[in-house]
Design a protein around this ligand. Structure first.
Ligand code: HEM
Length: 543
């Protein structure tokens, strides 16, 4: 059909049938020759690509690749990969695990080549046991391979949840939880007062994680607590503690190394025990989320709900092009959970590390507090509208993201065809792991990379933003699979740190001296949950 369309201007009355046949044959021969040349070009291109070397890496065993090393080493897989890359002095490596080529990357330049220049080739995700559980069989966005379901869910979330309009609509809810954070710590200090000054030892890990859980629940469901909460309602009840702990457990296992992700027929053995842990944590999350979603669906169907109040309502109200509900009940439940998973871990981890580093470096803490006092004054608490003027505080948050990312790697990307990256052959189906830890601590990118130094982000006079599209640190990443909640995530992380340091003076525990800022061996959290002494900076709670 397309061949004939190329002759629209031929006046057939002037051309006899022999010439027409000759012309058609001529065209067919021409088209076939071109196609053959094209095919030959593709074949020779693909054989050229396949002749390029793979990135450096350990010599794999036949069939099983480097799986034996993983079982032999006495450290977490991510630490083994990073030390291997250091030994090989490379920013890109190739580790074959059974049939899968795993490609870790620790330089911004190569990350840009993958996530910007060749984004279309690397925009899908591998399937893992953990992701199957957390997405209810791949109904969501973040862990979904590229395809129609991913596109549909991304469209609904982009237009109803992470749009600027929804972000503005949820401002009040985020502010309520920032207020609640200060109120909760203040109440703990006052309760502890006795005859002297108000102060308290605060389990900061619990507090910052609960803040993130509260904001997630408030934006999603319009509530802070599933039950009664604790004390005056500012603290978490057992339900919220279980909810947030379970979300963290799921996040930790989404892409944790499991043999069955590379040798699927071994899944029934559940060698690492991950399946048991993830399925149980997901049951806990669903135990709280699902009845809430069911009840709300009923309220809309009974006509009791009229105006959307939160993200859940927006999911329920979303319509497809025929005016029918865009999402099934199951898709709503799956997406609600995924957005909670996406919201809880990054802001809380950054705040915990930033607080530990800043308590140990009083000069940095003082500069941040002075900035808040200068910009906001002492008569009210920091609001999101102050953030454009709080560059130093934002730089502290950004520095915590650089030096202490919540996870060693970005979510994995998978190649949908053979490719060349940094001159190396990357076979179709490779799992690309851009290292958040490796890039953030790369000595060729950052001067004295292990030093917590917020000033390094204040070089030019521009506003400091957590997002780094040049990928000199991986906060929200970029490209087709880039984070959809950068506005919400940034606001939460900035407000959390700003309110903690504006509301209270912090010091290490009595007798502790400096806070122990060792990193856990198994992951990138602080080895010991941060505890510190808080003293309210203001006599009366501010409105
Ligand atoms: C500070 C907080 C956050 C950080 C640092 C963060 C970071 C990231 C990163 C690194 C990715 C993977 C990008 C890639 O694969 O290249 C991602 C994906 C995603 N994030 Fe976030 N995120 C945050 C908060 C949020 C929030 C609050 C939401 C929504 C409410 C959200 C929604 C998503 C979604 C839906 C994806 C999957 C995108 C896709 O695969 O197509 N994130 N995020």
């Amino acid at each position: 059909m397309s061949g004939l369309l190329y002759f629209p201007k031929l006046r057939t009355t002037m051309v006899d049938s022999t010439s027409l046949l000759a012309l058609t044959l001529g065209f067919l021969i021409f088209a076939l020759t071109m196609k053959r040349k094209e095919t030959m070009k593709t074949v020779s291109m693909s054989s050229y690509i396949r002749n390029l070397p793979l990135p450096p890496g350990p010599k794999p065993w036949p069939l099983i690749g480097s799986l034996p090393e993983i079982f032999r080493i006495n450290k977490p897989v991510f630490r083994w990969i990073h030390s291997l890359m250091e030994e090989l002095d490379t920013d890109i490596a190739c580790i074959r695990l059974a049939n899968t080529h795993v490609i870790p990357v620790t330089s911004p330049r190569i990350a840009r080549e993958i996530l910007k220049k060749q984004d279309s080739i690397f925009a899908t995700r591998p399937l893992t046991m953990g992701t199957e559980y957390c997405s209810r069989g791949y109904l969501t966005i973040a862990v979904e391979p590229q395809g129609e379901q991913w596109k549909k869910m991304r469209k609904v979330v982009a237009s109803h949840v992470t749009s600027q309009k929804s972000f503005n609509l949820m401002l009040e809810k985020r502010t309520e939880e920032a207020d609640n954070l200060v109120r909760h710590i203040n109440n703990l200090c006052v309760k502890n007062r006795g005859d002297g000054n108000a102060f308290a030892i605060i389990d900061l890990r619990r507090v910052v994680r609960q803040y993130s859980g509260n904001v997630a629940r408030k934006m999603m469901f319009g509530i802070r607590h599933f039950g009664k909460g604790s004390g005056d309602g500012s603290g978490p009840g057992l339900e919220e503690i279980e909810h947030v702990n379970s979300l963290f457990t799921v996040v930790a296992h989404l892409y944790a190394f499991a043999l069955s992700d590379y040798v699927p027929w071994l899944r029934f053995l559940d060698l690492e025990g991950h399946e048991k842990v993830v399925s149980s944590a997901m049951r806990n999350v669903s135990k709280y989320n699902d009845p809430f979603v069911d009840e709300r669906l009923m309220q809309w169907r009974n006509g009791k709900m009229k105006e959307p109040q939160d993200f859940l309502d927006m999911f329920i109200m979303a319509k497809d092009s025929d005016g029918k509900p865009a999402l099934s009940d199951e898709e709503i439940k799956a997406q609600v959970t995924e957005l909670m998973l996406a919201t809880v871990d990054n802001p809380s981890n950054a705040a915990e590390w930033a607080m530990a580093e800043m308590i140990n470096k009083p000069r940095i803490m003082q500069k941040a507090v002075e900035e808040i006092d200068r910009v906001v004054g002492k008569d009210r608490f920091v609001l999101e509208s102050d953030l454009p003027n709080l560059n130093y505080v934002k730089a502290c948050v950004k520095e915590a993201f650089r030096l202490h990312p919540v996870a060693p790697f970005n979510l994995p990307h998978m190649s949908t065809s053979d490719a060349v990256v940094d001159g190396y052959f990357i076979p179709k189906g490779s799992h690309v792991l851009i290292s958040r830890m490796g890039i953030g601590r790369n000595p060729n990118v950052w001067d004295k990379p292990l030093k917590f130094d917020p000033e390094r982000h204040l070089g030019n006079n521009e506003s400091v933003e957590l997002n780094d599209p040049d990928l000199n640190l991986i906060s929200f990443s970029t490209g087709r699979r880039g984070c959809m909640g950068a506005n919400i995530g940034s606001a939460m992380a900035y407000m959390l740190l700003a309110r903690l340091i504006q509301g209270f003076t912090w010091s290490s525990m009595p007798g502790e001296g400096k806070i122990d800022i060792s990193e856990s061996k198994c992951d990138l959290f602080m080895a010991k949950p941060l505890h510190a002494v808080a003293t309210p900076r203001f006599a009366e709670e501010k409105e």
